[in-house]
Design a protein around this ligand. Sequence first.
Ligand SMILES: Cc1cc2nc3c(=O)[nH]c(=O)nc-3n(C[C@H](O)[C@H](O)[C@H](O)COP(=O)(O)O)c2cc1C
Length: 367
Amino acid sequence: MRLGPLTLASNLFLSPLAGYTNLPFRLTVRELGGVGLATTDLVNARSLLEKKAKALKLIETSPADRPLAVQLFGSVPEEMRDAAAYLESLGIASADINMGCPVRKVCRVGGGSAMMTELDKTARLVKGMVNAVRIPITAKMRLGWDEEDITAPDLARALEDVGVSAVFVHGRTREQGFSGSVNLAGIRAVVQALKTVPVIGNGDVTTPEAAKVMIEQTGCAGVSIGRGAFYNPWIFQHTRHYLETGELLPEPSFEERVRVMCRHLDLMIEVFGEAHGCRMFRKVAPWHAKRFGPAKEFNTRVVLVSSRAHFYEILAHYRRWRQQFLDEAGELKPRFRPPPMTASFMQAPGAAPHGHITVPKGPVEVW
Ligand SMILES: Cc1cc2nc3c(=O)[nH]c(=O)nc-3n(C[C@H](O)[C@H](O)[C@H](O)COP(=O)(O)O)c2cc1C
């Protein structure tokens, strides 16, 4: 997979998840393999230029965290340009632009010309960034505001003309938030709108099969995975294996899941210190536990975790409590096993939604 001048080890990308895709999580998934490029949480371009401590922490990286893209957020062309140049000077591999949904409903009310003005404005901003650096500039967008206002193909074409290296598309509209199904036809329309620039599909990829279906049905060059990486940090390695060989690797065992969760916590403590790292882990640990089977006793306690030793006490208690759900071989009894994950776009039409991923709280307008 090529991204401008970069050659990536796979066509699988870690999506930005504000509050989660920090250095410890990126290292955790990278150690398991298969990631082509990982991205930071979104970073405000102005805060970065002002060297605000919070912004600098968001771009903290290490030699094992390569190649790394930083996602920038901002609407002042000079700030976005200078922030991209700053990232390049730091050795960051690529800069992504957060376009959550850049063409707002007001533009639609203003009619086509207002929309084109907005597209022109966005294209000029991106052109300023592309011209200022040698690293790839990419853009991440949704399909559009709502079903009547699908702007991603036009926007992507305008960005291709000014030299972006890839376009990431979450196959939902702004209005959809995280509900409903990811629209593969919508992603395909973006692929078809572009001549040379690769499109990376995104949304609800929770299994290797879902990645394959998205690639085959949209023609996208790769997929970007966000929440699925929390349920299953092995998803990149397993998907790469599946795409290359057609073989599905077995789901990781409980012990392997626990090992990776503990590794994640250690990295959190290394990067953020014990007290803060543990506090941050309170919202992260329940994601790891989603495939543990019954996990109430773990989740209610881990949201209070205050130290590494406390975490291990919680885990030991949970292991004892979990025994009741196990058979003689130490495996979860069938009725306690979590159901298989199913991407929204792979469910039979009319079927009640099942196996879907949790909908997060947060500022959807910038995602
Ligand atoms: C908690 C959370 C934080 C997110 N933060 C960002 C962000 O900072 N920038 C962005 O472009 N998208 C953000 N997104 C959107 C994801 O990158 C992705 O497009 C979306 O979750 C769909 O992919 P998924 O189904 O694989 O998670 C966020 C999503 C979630 C759930």
